[in-house]
Design a binder for this molecule. Structure first.
Ligand code: SF4
Length: 72
């Protein structure tokens, strides 16, 4: 299992993650992105557990504000 964490407040809504990794990322009504099926934690970050990291690594590398973190 791996964990994908997004610092939601830092997201600038550039759309890169959703373009690169639409299996796991989608844009929201407020113009930011979030991981599909993720949960909001007490720090205001979205967390998603995944079996395989998959394209989340590419999404993290593409994020211009480095708000996506992948923990194997
Ligand atoms: S790549 Fe980063 S800044 Fe851009 S929409 Fe995704 S999480 Fe937000």
């Amino acid at each position: 299992m791996a964990k994908v964490i997004q610092e939601y407040k830092k997201c600038i809504g550039c759309g890169s993650c959703a373009a690169i990794c639409s299996e796991y990322w989608k844009m929201t009504d407020d113009g930011k992105a979030k991981p599909i099926g993720s949960k909001l934690n007490s720090n205001g970050n979205y967390e998603l557990e995944v079996e395989q990291v998959g394209c989340n690594q590419e999404a993290a590398e593409a994020c211009p504000v480095e708000c996506i973190h992948v923990k194997p």
